[in-house]
Design a protein around this ligand. Sequence first.
Ligand SMILES: *[C@@H]1O[C@H](CO)[C@@H](O)[C@H](O)[C@H]1NC(C)=O
Length: 97
Amino acid sequence: MASGNAVVVFSVSGCCMCHVVKRLLLGLGVGPTVYELDQLGRGGREIQAVLSHLLSAAAVPAVFVGGQLLGGVEKVMSCHINGSLVPLLKQAGALWL
Ligand SMILES: *[C@@H]1O[C@H](CO)[C@@H](O)[C@H](O)[C@H]1NC(C)=O
């Protein structure tokens, strides 16, 4: 699932930080694949458990770029602020310009 698109966001509907991350990516011109885990039933809860283990924090939002886990909202924001996010997205083929 995480490698099905250049950028994949695992989210929960109604989660504020998930909304922030999705808005940021859309604002940069990226069209991420978004999985709303609360709408996936049992499988979604299992994915949430795995993600919260990987991130050792809140499971969502979890952002994968080029099939690799980038991180949660703090990681995405700090990469955005220090200018490393856009090159990463370009490298993954999520952005051309
Ligand atoms: C930008 O910040 C991220 C997250 O803290 C870090 O992993 C990355 O190495 C930094 N990149 C640069 C170019 O400073």
